[in-house]
Design a protein around this ligand. Structure first.
Ligand SMILES: O=C(O)C1=C[C@@H](OP(=O)(O)O)[C@@H](O)[C@H](O)C1
Ligand SMILES: C=C(OP(=O)(O)O)C(=O)O
Length: 445
């Protein structure tokens, strides 16, 4: 609740009651909003840049609201005119030298912004987050930034937000950083590195949970005219001193959000075309379309769009590591009961430190629906079954809510508590799903 913003919807709604569509879904054209991950990276690089940026198709959700809010508190000019957002670059010197910042529940703000503050000599900032964000780890980032010369103090609990940052020109130099808990720590060090006094060499000794997000960081840095050198194995990165330059660009569609309508069509045996999602996107969750193909759906990935024809019965009987597209691990878990054989998900221990402990949350929820699930440290096995109606908490986690809503495509009477948490990345989720045919009844206090 603390992380809801003026861009969230469903104020006062305590429950969403869901019933299956009357017939199969036939949605010839579906447009998905801009990517959260790209929007927040672009906002931050634009704010650091020399010169202004004009950004089209930016996502408007809680995560991106709190990113812009933090930038405005830092004195950045961000004007919204129609579809575009114009951000005045600061050249890396924040106009407000002292400020209290709030990241909402956004990992992309909490992990990317601290480095950009830490390097600005003489500033004094405090960053706080929502209750769920305060539970999430931040120590690997703080340790790496400290190795570059940053002065960051935990204001409350060691390793967690809130933090206090005393700006000091960062040295750069050699930094070693773990990528096994979150790729965002590495992205957070990369984005700040060009503003260090010397070259920064970042070594990741233990692998990165979701490589693709680091690639997105690097490609956007390059779009803002800062080159990054790295090896094929993504274990060493070198960034030379340089400054971002303002750009005019349009944010690509959010592949993670697109997975819910795709899964919905898969479950209802319908057809959907996500008209603005380019299958060549770097976002890892595009891989979910391939996964649905493996489960028996027909998938088209041509012509700059993603098409899907649902299967009469989804195929299970496989084990899959969801490490590289772990935001969709619980989407897969939610549709897995409708497959013809068990599905085993591995490689996602790190999602226990996302917006909630997602493995525990989905296992508990499926259990309440009467589905047999074997929980393991790094994943779970979901057995086929017919879920029964139930009242389900959503753990203040947008993806738990959106994944569980999919079960409503097949089971009458699923009741989701606090459905408004979807606004972290997709405030229009329930309107969108009802346009697909899901029957949604919203209940207020
Ligand atoms: O960098 C990013 O934009 C993201 C990285 C991933 O986080 P982790 O690397 O922490 O798993 C992903 O789950 C999150 O939704 C967005
Ligand atoms: C893990 C997620 O978000 P965040 O950017 O807060 O890490 C997510 O969107 O699933």
């Amino acid at each position: 609740m603390e992380a809801r913003s003026p861009w969230s919807g469903l104020q006062g709604v305590v429950e969403a009651e869901l019933h299956p569509p009357v017939g199969p879904v036939h949605q010839p054209e579906w447009i998905v909003a801009g990517s959260k991950s790209v929007t927040n990276r672009v906002f931050l690089m634009a704010a650091m840049a020399d010169g202004s940026s004009v950004i089209g198709n930016a996502l408007r959700s809680d995560d991106t609201y709190w990113c812009l809010d933090a930038l405005r508190r830092l004195g950045v000019k961000a004007d919204i005119t129609g579809e575009d957002i114009r951000i005045g670059g600061t050249g890396g010197a924040w106009p407000n030298r002292k400020a209290d910042l709030y990241a909402g529940a956004a990992g992309t703000v909490a992990r990317f912004l601290p480095g950009l503050l830490a390097g600005d000599e003489g500033g004094l900032w405090r960053m706080e987050g929502s209750r769920s964000l305060r539970e999430r780890p931040i120590a690997p980032l703080v340790t790496a930034l400290s190795a570059m010369g940053a002065e960051i103090r935990y204001a409350d609990e060691e390793g967690k937000l809130p933090i206090e940052i005393a700006g000091k020109r960062l040295r750069g130099g050699a930094v070693s950083l773990s990528g096994s808990v979150s790729s965002q720590f590495l992205s957070g060090v990369l984005v700040t590195s060009p503003y260090a006094a010397e070259e920064t060499e970042i070594v990741v000794p233990d692998g990165i949970v979701q490589h693709a997000y680091v690639r997105i960081t690097i490609e956007l840095m390059e779009r803002f005219e800062v080159p990054v050198t790295h090896g094929d194995r993504f274990d060493r990165f070198v960034v030379r001193p340089r400054r971002y330059r303002g750009q005019t660009l349009s944010i690509e569609a959010d592949a993670s959000t697109a997975c819910y309508p795709l899964a919905f069509a898969a479950l209802t045996g319908g057809y959907i075309r996500i008209a603005n999602l380019d299958p060549r996107t770097r976002q890892p969750d595009i891989g979910f379309a391939e996964l649905l193909r493996r489960m028996g759906c027909r998938v088209g990935l041509d012509g700059g769009a993603v098409e899907l024809w649902g299967a009469p019965r989804l195929r299970g009987g496989f084990e899959i590591s969801m490490k590289e597209m772990s935001d969709q691990a619980i989407t897969l878990a939610a549709i897995a009961p409708f497959a013809d054989a068990p599905i085993t998900i591995t490689g996602v221990a790190h999602i226990r430190t996302h917006e909630c402990d997602r493995i525990a949350a989905i296992c508990e929820s499926l259990g309440k629906l009467g589905i047999r699930v074997d929980e393991r440290e790094d994943g779970m096995t979901i057995h086929p079954g017919i879920p029964s109606a139930a009242v389900l908490p959503t753990y203040d986690d947008h993806r738990v809510a959106m994944s569980l809503a999919l079960i409503g495509a097949r089971v009458p009477g699923i009741r989701l508590l606090d459905p408004g948490c979807v606004s972290k990345t997709c405030p229009t989720f329930f309107d969108d799903m009802s346009r697909l045919g899901l029957q949604v009844r919203l209940h207020s206090v």
